[in-house]
Write a new protein. Structure first.
Length: 95
């Protein structure tokens, strides 16, 4: 699986390159253009949307873990790690 954000950057770069290199007689398609951004393999999955993310696009956030207990403390002493893609991290900060 490839990183969703890297793939989007490569597609955008190829589209931009196609627009600047296209001539009226010969048009370069997005599949023929060489992407300016390398597509990287995903190393994690976004917890919110499920998109594959590489180490460059991963955003970590702490997550408090809760456990079912009778009376007393129900949260773990240390926070867990939660990985988000760029779009979900921005959406979380905005709201």
């Amino acid at each position: 699986m490839n990183c969703f954000d890297c793939q989007a950057e490569a597609t955008t770069a190829a589209t931009d390159e196609t627009a600047t290199e296209a001539t009226p007689a010969v048009a370069v398609t997005a599949t023929e253009a060489t992407p300016a951004v390398a597509v990287t393999a995903a190393v994690a999955v976004c917890r919110d949307c499920g998109a594959g993310i590489c180490h460059r696009h991963a955003h970590t956030r702490p997550q408090i873990l809760h456990r079912a207990a009778g009376t007393g403390v129900t949260t773990e002493p240390r926070a867990a790690r939660r990985l988000l893609c760029g779009a979900c991290a921005v959406a979380e900060r905005s709201g």
